[in-house]
Design a protein around this ligand. Structure first.
Ligand SMILES: Nc1nc2c(c(=O)[nH]1)N[C@H]1C(S)=C(S)[C@@H](COP(=O)(O)OP(=O)(O)OC[C@H]3O[C@@H](n4cnc5c(=O)[nH]c(N)nc54)[C@H](O)[C@@H]3O)O[C@H]1N2
Ligand SMILES: Nc1nc2c(c(=O)[nH]1)N[C@H]1C(S)=C(S)[C@@H](COP(=O)(O)OP(=O)(O)OC[C@H]3O[C@@H](n4cnc5c(=O)[nH]c(N)nc54)[C@H](O)[C@@H]3O)O[C@H]1N2
Ligand code: SF4
Ligand SMILES: [Mo]
Length: 884
């Protein structure tokens, strides 16, 4: 969304509300936080502490200013080599949620029916006693798998895994499929098991081709990327080309922005490969040295992917595709691709990203200055430890339960035999490598073996329907930092399952706020917020030298909220039976201090700086060419032959090149696997026809099934992320919600014309079930609908309509719901958290004459996992639109 349009929106909001604004009562009691009267921060009294932001996935190093026991301001930490002292507007959200009057500060027990909103305050002892009494027998009776732990984001560095391992449940579920699994799979297939994320050298690049990544307003790592890319562009004339379906901030600020038909990025990338080969612009030396696929085979594979063919598919002019391909290749090796959910969250997204990744290998920019780089922190960690960081210590318990539930050691035959025959057959058909890793349908869904082939990416959106289908008996379900009942597809199914006491006899939510997920719990345990707790942090550095940072408390946890390390330690001791053995740390700080035992910096100094990095280290260029060190070669078998693999203790650790052992890539053959039989093998194992593009071992373009022959009156409904919001958890951050609180249906003016609607009109948008080999694809017809108002936006693809998915909450309190009254029961509240700004409700609330808080859309979005990998195809939805 362009800045201009956003200003329009704001202006529209304030014009509408001019007459309806309720003056706020600013006379506060002394015990209350009076936001209107806090006055200026007094830097002579305030204390600055570095920590790590938790307001989005970037996790920037920040500095928080605390005065009189209240965190007042967040600014950037210049020592963070990734963010380099920059922050965004969402960072202050941490203050909003920490002092939110409807924050949960005491353990709560449901008193009415589930979901009825009636709660009583209980003590931590009562909470632990009840929970331990429910959990202990599962462990003692040998059914630990009936404890299901499901999280959204977990930065505790092992505390929760400690707990689930010690308990013995395989059900440590995440939501990778909702987010990025379609995109991670190609990376791991190409570059190696641990390799789930790249680190383009953006500050040195000359040419970046972006397939639907949106770093200027979102992206995991967006903030780190954008200032580097801007420097390269402004100071060195680098070029950014973006393929998008709407004028995102990134697209609008690119040198070139081409709208394309959704789900056709693979076709454009395929045609770029075709062009580069035709023009003979490939880096043949690099390709032959490092890829496992012959150029001849690649030529055959992309023979028909002409720019003219791609124009037909995507709508991008053939001449542009050709020109961009040539410019890209000529800039090599200082050029790179970028992609994210735009290209990947489609039925064909995994293969689209494989075609995009092939471009980098073809022009030989991998690991080169200005190119598509790989961080030593991630990609090589499986073999070399977290390279560039001292070995961090965590005494991790192996699953200590009497019966870990898996086909390997301790396979739970009884539980397996209860599964439907179709699933048993499928699992019995698996090759050993999958059978041994199969832990049941929730953790390792048998239809989606690639979701757990490299590591556990899970298929979060299927957890609830699978429980509904009886694929797994659940006794205790625990959600942690998870907003599935708002933010998952078919969120109504999530709520249905969470509401059903037969399916989920006990639901405990660990949250900081009263959101849609915690509202459906039997017990809520209040976690200390990111400004009140410790966490470990490390991620790829776009400056290409690994670093680590620590999240530390700026203030004490408010009310009776507790941190996870404390909560799980205390609960483990209550459960007993050996669980307590794994939770011996005395307090949170000593737990994290222990983690950082080998850091070559005093703990107090590390706390003072918040970040550690060995800045003298060489940048992570061409890691694959690095010779194996003497230490690595000790006891290794080094073959003489070219291209042969170096082994050590049964593990492949390198490859012989030019007669010398070098590292190569952390794949089984130490090469880049442009060709990977795993796709075909997985397809065979689950019975996916080999004609489905997802099954192809070579990168391939395949149409999105429901987009073929799209009717004139059907459109593609897609979603996007606003720069000032984070998923479903920022709707109640008051300053952010003040900027964006609605989510109109954006469409091109011509689309409006075709539909006979004007700006501001209400429409009903109805979404169909998907086609292809996916969940409930055989069912025809409309899956769900919602009504919302229309806004025109030039630059939208005319067949695409879009809403953001952040707002439209029906919980999360006075700001989240855009209400005039607080909804959290008095029993749960503390009198000290009163925000004078919020008395009388927010100015945009409908009851105050405002525009309201947007529309919840996720009930109308079908569960649509991509074949084999299970990533949710968020951007494929076919819909019809009617004026209301
Ligand atoms: N401000 C903000 N930042 C965030 C988050 C947030 O919620 N808010 N969330 C974080 C998380 S969890 C994630 S996963 C990342 C996501 O980061 P991104 O993937 O960069 O952002 P998205 O908005 O999910 O999707 C990217 C873009 O894809 C476009 N798109 C849709 N269909 C297509 C298509 O077929 N082709 C192309 N080329 N483009 C298409 C959309 O218009 C959208 O602008 O952001 C992270 N950072
Ligand atoms: N339509 C549509 N929906 C989408 C997407 C899309 O593209 N389109 N994209 C999605 C993506 S990329 C993602 S990653 C998912 C995210 O989906 P979720 O994993 O559900 O994440 P959030 O929406 O951020 O919800 C997090 C929950 O955690 C709670 N929380 C926040 N901070 C803390 C904390 O410090 N401690 C604890 N215990 N709880 C906390 C919040 O109150 C909230 O209830 O949503 C997705 N939903
Ligand atoms: S990008 Fe903004 S919200 Fe995200 S971690 Fe950095 S400062 Fe925090
Ligand atoms: Mo995400």
């Amino acid at each position: 969304m362009s800045d201009l349009t956003r200003r329009h929106l704001l202006k529209l909001g304030s014009t509408l509300l001019a007459g309806a604004f309720t003056p706020l009562n600013v006379s506060a009691k002394t015990s209350e936080i009076n936001w209107g009267k806090l006055g200026r921060l007094d830097y002579t009294k305030a204390k600055a502490t570095p920590t790590i932001c938790f307001a989005c996935t970037n996790h920037c190093g920040v500095i928080g200013w605390e005065q009189d026991g209240i965190v007042r301001k967040i600014e950037g930490n210049p020592l963070d080599p990734n963010s380099q002292g920059n922050i965004c507007s969402k960072a202050q959200g941490m203050i909003s949620y920490t002092y939110y009057p409807e924050r949960i500060l005491y353990p709560l027990r449901r008193v009415g029916k589930r979901g009825e909103g009636k709660w009583k305050r209980i003590t931590w002892d009562e909470a632990y006693d009840e929970l331990a009494a429910k959990l202990r027998p599962l462990r003692e009776n040998g059914t630990p798998e009936e404890f299901v732990f499901h999280y959204g984001r977990d930065k505790t560095k092992g505390v929760t895994k400690h707990f689930t391992n010690a308990f013995g449940t395989p059900h440590r579920l995440n939501r990778r499929s909702i987010c990025s699994s379609n995109r991670r799979a190609p990376l791991m297939s190409f570059y190696g098991r641990d390799f789930e994320w790249e680190t383009q050298d953006l500050e040195n690049t000359k040419y970046c081709v972006n397939f639907g990544g949106n770093p200027y307003e979102a992206y995991q790592g967006g903030l780190f990327m954008v200032h580097r890319l801007q420097r390269a562009r402004v100071e060195k004339g680098a070029k950014l080309v973006t393929f998008e379906v709407r004028p995102s901030n990134t697209a609008s600020k690119s040198d070139e922005f081409h709208t394309l038909m959704p789900g056709t990025d693979g076709a454009v990338a395929g045609a770029m490969i075709h062009t580069i080969l035709k023009e003979n612009l490939q880096d043949e030396k690099f390709w032959n040295r490092w890829s496992n696929y012959s150029l001849e085979d690649l030529r055959k594979q992309v023979k028909d992917y002409t720019p003219e063919w791609a124009e037909q598919k995507s709508g991008v002019k053939a001449s542009d595709i050709k020109r961009i391909a040539i410019e890209f290749a000529k800039a090599a090796p200082a050029c790179c691709t970028m992609s994210n959910r735009g290209s990947a969250k489609h039925y064909n997204g995994m293969q689209a990203d494989r075609l995009i990744r092939t471009l980098d290998v073809l022009v030989g920019n991998v690991g080169k200055p200005g190119g598509y780089c790989l961080s030593s922190l991630r990609g090589w960690s499986g073999h070399y430890g977290q390279e560039g960081l001292p070995k961090l210590k965590l005494p991790e318990p192996k699953a200590s339960s009497p019966k870990p539930w898996g086909l390997g050691e301790g396979f739970n035959e009884t539980a397996f035999k209860k599964l439907p025959k179709e699933i048993q057959d499928r699992v019995n058909n698996f090759p050993d490598k999958w059978r041994k890793k199969y832990f049941g349908e929730l953790a390792t869904p048998s239809e989606y073996p690639l979701s757990w082939h490299w590591y556990s990416m899970r298929v979060g959106q299927l957890v609830y329907p699978y429980i509904q289908e009886g694929r797994q008996k659940v006794s205790v379900y625990m959600s942690f930092t998870l907003g599935a009942s708002f933010g998952y597809p078919e969120a109504n199914v999530v709520r249905e399952v969470l509401q059903d006491e037969k399916l989920i006899p006990f639901h405990v939510a660990i949250d900081i706020g009263y959101g849609e997920q915690s509202a459906l719990a039997d017990m809520i345990l209040p976690e200390a917020t990111s400004l009140e707790r410790w966490d470990y942090h490390s991620t790829n550095n776009y400056g290409l030298i690994p670093y680590t940072g620590v999240r530390q408390p700026l203030v004490k946890p408010q009310g009776e909220s507790k941190t996870m390390p404390q909560m799980f330690r205390e609960l483990a001791h209550k459960i007993g039976g050996g669980m307590e053995k794994h939770f011996t740390y005395k307090d949170d700080e000593s737990f994290y201090k222990d983690w950082y035992k080998n850091l070559p910096m005093e703990w107090e100094e590390f706390k003072r700086r918040g970040i550690w990095q060995d800045a003298t280290r060489e940048k992570d260029y061409e890691l694959y060419e690095r010779p194996l060190t003497e230490a690595e070669l000790k006891d290794a078998s080094v073959p003489k032959g070219e291209g042969e693999l170096v082994q050590k203790g049964g593990k492949v650790i390198g490859i012989v090149k030019d007669g010398k052992p070098v590292r190569g890539f952390p794949t089984p053959n130490r090469k880049i696997n442009v060709f990977d039989p795993i796709f075909e093998e997985a397809a065979k194992a689950v019975g996916l026809p080999l004609t489905d593009g997802n099954a192809s071992s070579a990168p391939v373009f395949h149409d999105v099934p429901e987009h073929v022959n799209l009717a004139d009156d059907h459109y593609i409904f897609s979603t996007f992320k606003w720069n000032v919001h984070t998923q479903g958890r920022s709707g109640h951050w008051k300053y952010n919600a003040e900027i964006i609180h609605t989510n109109p249906v954006f469409m091109h003016p011509d689309t409006g014309k075709a539909l006979g609607v004007k700006e501001g009109d209400s429409v009903e948008l109805s979404v169909f079930r998907p086609h292809g080999h996916t969940y409930r694809a055989k069912e025809e017809g409309i899956m769900g609908s919602f009504q919302n108002h229309v806004r025109f936006l030039k630059g939208m693809h005319p067949k695409v309509v879009m809403c953001s998915h952040h707002v439209g909450h029906f919980e999360h309190g006075i700001v989240g719901k855009s209400d005039t009254k607080e909804s959290l029961p008095k029993a749960a509240k503390t009198p000290s958290l009163v925000d004078q700004d919020l008395k009388g409700g927010v100015w945009w609330s409908k009851k105050n004459g405002g525009i309201g808080g947007g529309v919840h859309i996720n009930d109308a979005l079908p569960i649509n996992p991509a074949p084999l990998i299970g990533g949710q195809n968020w951007y494929d939805n076919v819909c019809k639109i009617e004026k209301v």
